[in-house]
Design a protein. Structure first.
Length: 109
């Protein structure tokens, strides 16, 4: 079973937390890390911009990445949100197993 990271940016810490909480609650991600206070320099609509943003890093199973990306795009405040999928090539086996367990469907019977 393979895992991946989703890297996204958000307009604020509050938005990143809300996005992360939603994906973890839906079990589309095992964990969300929010790094506040990042500054982005970019060009948008032929204008050079510099804005404060928050980084959102999600840990998930590769098989759930497309659904997680779709949900992020649906909920995000940006017209064209930064959402990137990065493969996990290895790591602590116990932590990788935890990601798998936390993104497993819950039997609610």
């Amino acid at each position: 079973m393979s895992q991946c990271l989703l890297y996204a940016t958000a307009a604020s810490r509050d938005e990143a937390l809300a996005l992360g909480r939603t994906l973890v609650e839906a079990r589309l991600a095992a964990c969300a890390n929010v790094l506040d206070g990042m500054t982005s320099v970019y060009r948008w609509q032929d204008e050079l911009r510099e804005d404060r943003e928050a980084v959102l890093i999600l840990k998930t199973r590769a098989e759930f990445a497309d659904a997680a990306i779709a949900r992020l795009r649906e909920l995000h405040s940006y017209d064209c949100p930064c959402v990137l999928r990065l493969p996990i090539e290895g790591g602590n086996p116990e932590f990788l197993a935890w990601i798998a367990a936390e993104t497993a469907p819950v039997n609610r019977d």
